[in-house]
Design a binder for this molecule. Structure first.
Ligand code: PEP
Ligand code: MN
Length: 340
């Protein structure tokens, strides 16, 4: 439920609403918009319903609106209709420039990461990625360098100034990732690991939440709701391809999800055209399409020698191809009134 304050309400009137909500044992979340201030009311539905008429009658209140969707905090209404911005150190994701996160699928060596980081930074990337704990389909595939990889990423951040994003698959890994990294990735396979979602919600660190390969848009938003319900609103959603009958591509990149998510939620939405297609030659065309569709950013895998990569070789760009992609994105962004 949200309380929409009238345009010229006073501070005392707003505080009165918050007090009434809290006295009923509910939580109030105030969002100040340019035109409107809204107060989100969080908690038990029955208590909210009992409170509704009383709130509607209060001075300074314009209306009280029920949120009909199952997800509440992540819904666009809850944020006064505006986009939210997620800060990862000094980088803002959402509502402005198109932000590009780039780097290898897996951290393999200090040299591989520093080389890649320097190249992607030069080409305009703003955040560095690299997997330390890898969710591999086979237990016999390379599983990641774990804490050694986190140390490499942290050193490369010192050298380049690029904030780092990396995945955690369980609570123990999360503790380590939070210690070293600036943003925690919750991978596609863990999108519905509700315990992990709660943990990352409590950790408070910015989160990159990837859509599960078989998850609907609503399930993705409910996964984000788990994180936000723990008090962490620094969430970026990521479309990374879903399972369909098509086998030519690794997954089917659902670009429709971009405008749909932007309409339903205030959270920033980025696209991963690498996992979405599985083929490096398709990455740049789909990255262009993602920006044209309104994505707030991209997640792109880049490796100095994709042929020798320990994971996801066929879908990683060389630094050269990444630079070409970035130039092309500039033109697309300009055409839709954005900048990279
Ligand atoms: C990754 O980003 O390297 C990764 C494993 O992604 P996903 O969870 O989308 O498969
Ligand atoms: Mn990968």
């Amino acid at each position: 439920m949200i309380v929409v304050m009238s345009p010229r309400h006073t501070r005392a009137e707003r505080e009165g609403v918050v007090r009434k909500v809290e006295e009923a044992g509910l939580r109030a979340q105030v969002t100040e918009g340019v035109e409107r201030t809204v107060i989100g009311v969080i908690g038990d539905s029955h208590t909210k319903e009992l409170l509704r008429e009383g709130l509607e009658a209060m001075a300074g209140v314009e209306s009280v609106v029920r949120i009909l969707q199952p997800y509440k905090l992540v819904s666009r209404e809850f944020h006064g209709g505006r986009d939210s911005t997620v800060w990862v150190r000094n980088v803002a994701i959402g509502g402005g420039r198109v932000v590009v996160i780039a780097g290898p699928c897996s951290v393999e060596s200090p040299r591989q990461v520093i080389e890649t980081a320097r190249a992607v930074k030069l080409a305009g990337a703003q955040l560095l990625r690299g997997g330390a704990f890898k969710p591999r389909t086979s237990p016999y595939s390379f599983q990641g360098l774990e804490e050694d990889a986190l140390k490499i990423l942290a050193e490369v951040r010192e050298a380049t100034g690029l904030p780092i994003v990396t995945e955690a698959m369980d609570a123990r890994q999360l503790e380590l990732v939070v210690k070293y990294a600036d943003m925690v990735q919750i991978g596609a396979r863990n999108m519905q690991n509700y315990t992990l979602l709660r943990d990352v919600g409590r950790a408070g660190h910015p989160v990159l939440l990837k859509r599960g390969p078989s998850a609907t848009v609503e399930e993705l938003l409910l996964a984000a709701e788990y994180i936000m319900a723990e008090g962490n609103s620094n969430i970026v959603l990521c479309e990374r391809g879903i399972r369909t009958f098509e086998t030519y591509t690794r997954y089917t990149l659902d670009l429709t999800a971009v405008p749909v998510l932007k309409r339903l939620s205030h959270l920033p939405v980025i696209v991963d055209p690498c996992h979405g297609t599985g083929k490096w030659k398709l990455v740049t065309p789909m990255a262009r399409a993602a920006v044209a569709a309104g994505a707030d950013g991209l997640l792109v895998e880049v490796h100095p020698e994709p042929d020798r990569a320990l994971s996801d070789g066929p879908q990683q760009l060389t630094p050269q191809n990444f630079a070409v992609m970035m130039q092309e994105l500039d033109a697309i962004a300009l055409a839709v009134g954005r900048r990279v």
